[in-house]
Design a protein around this ligand. Structure first.
Ligand SMILES: Cc1cc2nc3c(=O)[nH]c(=O)nc-3n(C[C@H](O)[C@H](O)[C@H](O)COP(=O)(O)O)c2cc1C
Length: 343
C-alpha cells in the first residue's frame, strides 16, 4: 500500500536509472542497521517458510530476486529483509565495465514493462567478492550470475566465465551462466550448440575443480522450441543442475505503449507483463525436454499469485521477479509465496 500510494509515484517521477540508484542507496543504508532491517521487514510481515529443495539447496520458499537489480552484491541483506528466499547477484564480469551510455533504462507503465540496455554495467567479480565475504546471512541463498566482458571476443568467452567463477566461488551458493542478455553484442551466439557445449563443459570442469556448486544456465525467450529443448538437454548432459527461463526479450509486444515511444527507446530487452506468457511457454518446453532432471527457475512477468501458479504448472520449481517488484513493491513477495502450496 505504502509503496503503490506513496513511494512508487515519487520514484516514477524520476528518470528510471536515477530512481534505481536512489532505491539502492536507501537499501544500503537501511540494511546497515538493525533498525533499518526491521523497518524493511515491517513492509513485509512474517513469511511462513515453504521450503523447496532444489539443485541440492534448501530455499526457504520459492520466490527470489532475479539478476540485474543487485548487480554488485550491495544490498543483499536488505533484499533478504524484504523476504526474498534468494538473491541472484550480477551479472558480474571478471573486469569492471561501465555498460552502455545512458539513457539505457526505460519504463513502459501502460504495459507494466521495462526496456533496458544496461550492458552488464558492474564493478567486477572481485569487487563483489569483497562484499560477499562479509555477508552474515549464510543460511539465505545467493546466486552468482556471471558473464563476459563486452570487449572479450566470443572465442575467449569461456575464460571470462571461469575468471568470474574463480573470484566468486567460495562466496555464492550457486552459479548462473548468463548467455542470454540481448545487450552484449554476440552474447546470445553462445547459445548455439557447438559454442554452448564447450562453454558449459569448461564451466562444469572448473566448478568441479573448485569444489562443486550447483550450476544453472539462463536462456533467452527468443528461441524456437527445438533450440530451447536442445539447450536444456545439453545443460543436463554437461552436469548442470538448473535452467533459468527466461531473460528479457528482443520482441516488442507492448500493445498499450505507442509505436513512436517504442521506436524512440530503441534497442534493449523487454521485461514484465509482456513476457509473462512467453516465459511460461519456454518453461513448459524445458520441462518436456528434461523432466525432473533439472531444476527450473521461472522468471518473466511474474506479478500475481496466478502467474506463479501458471509457471509452477508449466514446470517451475522456483520463481524470480524483477519488473513486477519495481511496479508492485515489497508486499508482492509475501503474496506470491503465500500462494505456493507445498507438495
Ligand atoms: C534493468 C534490468 C537489468 C537486468 N540485468 C540483468 C543481468 O545483469 N543479468 C541477467 O541475467 N538478467 C538481467 N535482467 C533480466 C531479469 O533478471 C529477468 O530475467 C527479466 O527481466 C524477466 O523477468 P521480469 O519480467 O520479472 O523482469 C535484467 C532486467 C532488467 C529489467
Amino acid at each position: 500500500m505504502l509503496y503503490s500510494s506513496l513511494l512508487r509515484p515519487l520514484l516514477f517521477r524520476l528518470p528510471a536509472e536515477r530512481a534505481h540508484n536512489l532505491t539502492m542507496a536507501q537499501m544500503r543504508m537501511l540494511q546497515s542497521t538493525a533498525l533499518g532491517r526491521s523497518l524493511l521487514r515491517s513492509f513485509v510481515g512474517n513469511i511462513a517458510p515453504k521450503p523447496v529443495n532444489a539443485m541440492g539447496l534448501t530455499f526457504e520458499h520459492p520466490v527470489g530476486l532475479a539478476a540485474g537489480l543487485d548487480k554488485n552484491a550491495e544490498a543483499m541483506e536488505g533484499f533478504f529483509a524484504l523476504g526474498f528466499s534468494h538473491v541472484e547477484i550480477g551479472t558480474l564480469t571478471p573486469r569492471p565495465q561501465p555498460g552502455n551510455p545512458q539513457p539505457r533504462l526505460f519504463r513502459l507503465p501502460e504495459d507494466q514493462a521495462i526496456i533496458n540496455r544496461m550492458g552488464f554495467n558492474n564493478r567486477g567479480a572481485e569487487n563483489a567478492a569483497l562484499r560477499l565475504a562479509q555477508r552474515s546471512h549464510r543460511w539465505k541463498i545467493v546466486g552468482g550470475n556471471i558473464g563476459k566482458n563486452k570487449d572479450t571476443p566470443n572465442e575467449q568467452a569461456h575464460e571470462d566465465y571461469l575468471l568470474a567463477m574463480q573470484a566468486l566461488h567460495t562466496h555464492v551458493d550457486y552459479f548462473t551462466v548468463n548467455i542470454s542478455s540481448p545487450n552484449t553484442p554476440g552474447l546470445r551466439d553462445l547459445q548455439h550448440e557447438a559454442a554452448l557445449k564447450s562453454l558449459l563443459e569448461a564451466v562444469a570442469t572448473e566448478n568441479k575443480r573448485l569444489g562443486a556448486k550447483p550450476l544453472a544456465v539462463k536462456i533467452a525467450p527468443d528461441l524456437t522450441q527445438e533450440e530451447v529443448q536442445n539447450m536444456a538437454r545439453l545443460a543436463a548432459e554437461s552436469g548442470f543442475q538448473g535452467i533459468i527461463a527466461t531473460n528479457t526479450t528482443i520482441g516488442r509486444n507492448a500493445p498499450n505503449t505507442s509505436q513512436e515511444r517504442i521506436a524512440a527507446i530503441g534497442a534493449g530487452g523487454l521485461s514484465g507483463r509482456p513476457l509473462t506468457q512467453k516465459s511460461t511457454e519456454v518453461i513448459g518446453w524445458v520441462k518436456e525436454a528434461v523432466g525432473d532432471h533439472l531444476t527450473i527457475i521461472g522468471v518473466g512477468g511474474v506479478f500475481t499469485a496466478q502467474d506463479v501458479t501458471d509457471k509452477r504448472n508449466a514446470g517451475a520449481d522456483l520463481v524470480q521477479v524483477y519488473t513486477g517488484f519495481v511496479y508492485q513493491g515489497p508486499s508482492m513477495v509475501k503474496q506470491l509465496q503465500a500462494s505456493w502450496k507445498n507438495g
